[in-house]
Design a protein around this ligand. Sequence first.
Ligand SMILES: Cc1cc2nc3c(=O)[nH]c(=O)nc-3n(C[C@H](O)[C@H](O)[C@H](O)COP(=O)(O)OP(=O)(O)OC[C@H]3O[C@@H](n4cnc5c(N)ncnc54)[C@H](O)[C@@H]3O)c2cc1C
Length: 380
Amino acid sequence: MNFELTKEQEMVRDMVRDFAQAEIAPHARELDEKHEFRKESFDKMAQLGLFGIPFPEKYGGSGGDTISYALAVEEIGRACGGTGLSYAAAVSLGATPFYNFGTEEQKQEYLVPMAQGKTLGSFGLTEPNAGSDAGGTRTKAYLDGDEWVINGEKCWITNASYARQVVVTAVTGQNERGKNIITAIIVPTDTPGVTIRSDYKKMGVRASNTCEIILENVRVPKENVLGDEKKGFGQFLNTLDGGRISIAALSVGIAQAAFDKALKYSKERVQFGQSISKLQAIQFKLADMAMEIELARNMVFKAAWLKDNGKPFKKEAAYAKLFASEMGFRTCNQAIQIHGGYGYMAEYDVERHLRDIKLMEIGEGTSEIQRVVISRQLGC
Ligand SMILES: Cc1cc2nc3c(=O)[nH]c(=O)nc-3n(C[C@H](O)[C@H](O)[C@H](O)COP(=O)(O)OP(=O)(O)OC[C@H]3O[C@@H](n4cnc5c(N)ncnc54)[C@H](O)[C@@H]3O)c2cc1C
């Protein structure tokens, strides 16, 4: 067993770390305060080829692996949780479904520009009444001649204001057992009848763009189905398995940022005539935080390695997402504790990390749903 990163993986990590600390981290607090998505950061990430890391060169990517991609997500998330979320969503949820399920024509039309970072794509599964129970989707589509006509509503969709297209799930019929057939349909965001609003007031990940999408008699060509018309729901679940690795990596990045600040602060803060890092109570907190971050990072690498080697990774992706997000919450909380009252203030950033990390326990399947996925994998 080899725990060393390859030269290429190290290069990606170091390049993204340098870039993210120089270009993304300095803006993080302001973007959080203003609830602002910084398009400029995404343009620079595109120039560096970050959107194409896990895709082959023939589709505009750089032919890297999932481990390299996870390292990139971790480093962007370490610099800014919201920017990290939008980056991870753009690659794992926006582009990957086209790579996994698209026709050759759809790959050329949609995946290539996304992998090159020229366009963004969104993943529209969640609805006001269908969250964890995504199979309860109420958006409907029917064929009228050569066009799908779609009506419905999606909520909390990442990057939609900046996306060229959204892949939405819609009920398109019933199977022989009377169950809904759910189809994934590509909807260009400039299609008449599509309304996208982004006026949520969020607790955290505020540098990420989060949208409501209304679909009113939206017409798209029949061939805009992504993958198998009858298996859209299964495809979305498969997409989420991969996405969970990136949410786990993002959790590690946010936790690492909180830890770095807590360690630094503990050495600077003097109480009772010595720096608080000399107090065993503080040392033990830092030791636990460092250990848990390392463990979560290893879980991310293992899930990514399994995926890269064509092995089943559903359970390990859920392990990694569940552990890393809950670990991240504990770590950010302890980082505030180590900062005392200063940690409660925005200027020390650790309260932002706690607000950002909370989303990781909710998005792409809540912690409870991860436990459902794991217990099913265990055969319960
Ligand atoms: C900032 C942000 C960005 C997002 N981006 C996207 C996106 O790009 N695309 C997209 O499609 N969605 C997106 N989402 C939606 C996200 O995936 C959902 O919020 C999530 O899946 C949970 O659904 P819900 O919020 O409706 O919660 P609910 O499903 O209503 O759950 C409420 C509570 O009940 C629990 N619960 C529900 N069912 C079970 C069960 N069977 N067993 C045990 N407990 C259960 C949940 O764990 C939770 O604690 C985003 C959400 C946010 C906040």
